[in-house]
Ligand binder design. Structure first.
Ligand SMILES: *Cc1c(COP(=O)(O)O)cnc(C)c1O
Length: 356
């Protein structure tokens, strides 16, 4: 008897391995450092804005997210029709691949990079072209440009790169854009943009203004601490933003998500001060790791990468015993988020045992 069959690509979609919650240990506070979340709780004004929205949950959200578009346009100095919001920037990445790829078209991205890329690409029946990152965890942009073929429709640049940490420079991005044909969409995934502190950092807004094929994807999940409420946005030339909006899930961004995002933009200075504190912690952790003999890649996000190879599983178990949950990529390494300072101290102690 025949049964309904999903398209062949559906069976090929790799699973998303989410960061585990911490193991509960009696008498010990455990910390989750496995999902690059922001350790700070939501700001009071943000909680109140969400609470006000909760009372209206019998109503559909504003489908046009008009107040959120207005707030984003004002904050970033871009026209509202150059924006598209979605349920997290993961939603935008799905929509971009769907909008620009026919089955079999190629999407070039670095690997290892963000876990959702091969999922989104396979879900659209497109073909993932993975270009290995350099030994220091940076994108190999020369190799990525060389990997572009007649079938390539999208190039994804993850900067800073999750999980390895380094960011691309403006000069490197400009060189890539000069080599990629103008009909190929270049997505700059700026999920961790607010954490970047380096010379010649990418200016995403200036870059998209200069190129008709550049889209920036950004999120409220990391620096703004709204991972649980699901909201992100893209900045792109109007035709690309329109394609994204056409594909968006109707009413996807809930009333409370819109309210939380707007309240966060209103409190951006306060949130960015927290980012400064996290960056200071990150730099303290990286210095501490280097002191105990670790050569970790440049960390421009809110996480650190340990290239542990075969020792990854042991490292994850040792961390778990110390009450911190990390994100292992078995056989490759572990990504550890910057969290509460106590958690970060424990990380340095565990890592010291694995140094060298
Ligand atoms: C976390 C992350 C995102 C976005 O996550 P959302 O919560 O869906 O906004 C996008 N790209 C990268 C590289 C990430 O690490």
């Amino acid at each position: 008897m025949s049964t309904p069959q999903p398209r062949a690509n559906v069976a090929e979609i790799p699973p998303y391995v989410a960061g585990k919650p911490p193991t509960i240990r009696p008498g010990m506070t455990s910390y989750k450092l496995s999902s690059n979340e922001n350790p700070y709780p939501p700001l009071p004004g943000v909680i109140e804005a969400v609470q006000a929205g909760v009372g209206a949950m019998n109503r559909y959200p504003d489908m046009g997210s008009s107040a959120l578009y207005a707030a984003l346009a004002e904050t970033f100095g871009v026209p509202a029709d150059h924006l598209s919001v979605a349920t997290g920037s993961v939603g935008l990445i799905y929509q971009l691949v769907q909008a620009f790829c026919d089955p079999g078209d190629e999407v070039v991205f670095a690997w290892r990079s963000f876990e959702a890329y091969p999922i989104a690409v396979t879900a659209a029946a497109a073909t993932a072209v993975k270009v290995p990152v350099l030994p220091d965890g940076r994108h190999d942009l020369d190799a990525m440009a060389a990997a572009v073929t007649d079938r390539t429709k999208v190039v994804l640049v993850c900067t800073p790169n999750n999980p390895t940490g380094p960011a691309v420079t403006q000069a490197e991005l400009d060189a890539l854009l000069a080599r990629v044909p103008s009909h190929v969409l270049v997505v700059v995934d700026e999920a961790y943009l607010e954490f970047v502190r380096m010379d010649d950092a990418v200016d995403g807004i200036a870059t998209y203004r200069r190129h008709d094929n550049v889209v920036l994807t950004r999120t409220f999940s990391k620096a703004y601490g709204l991972a649980g409420i699901r909201v992100g946005y893209a900045v792109a030339p109007a035709p690309i933003a329109a394609a994204l909006r056409a594909l968006s899930l109707p009413f996807g961004v809930s009333t409370i998500a819109q309210a939380a995002a707007i309240a966060s933009l209103e409190r951006r200075d306060e949130l960015l001060e927290r980012v400064d504190a996290l960056v200071a912690e990150r730099d303290r952790v990286v210095a501490g790791l280097r002191d105990v003999g670790w050569d970790v890649p440049d960390a421009q996000g809110n996480f650190v990468w340990f290239g542990l190879g075969e020792r990854t599983r042991d490292f994850a178990s040792a961390a778990d015993e110390a009450g911190i949950v990390v994100r292992p990529f078995v056989g490759e390494g572990a990504r550890v988020s910057i969290g509460e300072s106590e958690a970060n101290d424990r990380l340095i102690s565990v890592a010291a045992v694995f140094a060298g």
